[in-house]
Design a protein around this ligand. Structure first.
Ligand code: FMN
Length: 187
């Protein structure tokens, strides 16, 4: 598929199965991530690829964080949280590493990390993998951040669930492209 068609056709894929991307696939994906627009070339991102036993560790970490934040949480929510990481054979955690900078505010650095994450989604789609970007309260939880070995100032931008599509990939919905742009000044 040519590059433009791919960008126009990418969709999120939530039902995925084995195999996950190989190390060689990940290299290609992170090369694409690295080409995100990035004011000042600060490279304000880092990615953690988690699979196999690591998903068990992540499951335990999410439950620990959840029960610490909400001691009265219901058993069904604990069970749901415990199972979250097993919805895909791989989770890539996308992390913004923002720094104080005299002219590049942190929100621009977060946007750069978001752009890198979108490049990653496009690259995964190009390689035939399915992926979906998710967050939720636990993305912003300090126990999770610490448990992943991150610095307190690191920010989780997303958990990207990745694998091989378990069913046919859907066509993206039609969009009224004319409604999302205008020419200025209006004549
Ligand atoms: C920052 C961010 C966080 C998101 N968090 C979630 C989430 O927690 N749960 C979810 O179902 N979708 C979430 N989404 C949306 C999906 O990743 C996806 O874009 C959406 O389902 C639309 O599908 P599409 O990408 O095929 O258009 C998030 C997207 C972004 C950019």
């Amino acid at each position: 598929m040519d590059a433009l068609k791919l960008l126009q056709k990418r969709v999120s894929v939530s039902k995925v199965t084995q195999p996950a991307p190989s190390k060689a696939d990940l290299i290609e994906v992170f090369k694409a991530a690295s080409r995100a627009a990035d004011h000042g070339k600060l490279r304000p991102w880092h990615f953690l690829a988690i699979e196999g036993e690591g998903l068990n560790d992540l499951s335990n970490l999410l439950v620990t964080a959840l029960t610490k934040a909400n001691p009265d949480v219901s058993p069904s929510v604990v069970e749901k949280t415990k199972n979250l990481p097993f919805r895909a054979p791989m989770i890539i955690v996308s992390i913004a590493k923002c720094q104080e900078h005299p002219s590049i505010p942190k929100h621009e650095q977060r946007l750069a990390c978001g752009a890198a994450t979108q490049n990653m989604l496009n690259a995964l789609f190009a390689l035939g993998f399915g992926a979906i970007w998710k967050t939720g309260d636990l993305a912003y939880n300090e126990v999770v951040i610490e448990g992943l070995g991150l610095a307190p100032s690191d920010e989780i931008i997303g958990f990207i669930y990745v694998g091989t599509p378990a069913q046919d990939i859907s066509e993206p919905p039609e969009v009224d492209v004319n409604s999302i742009f205008s020419v200025w000044p209006t004549k």
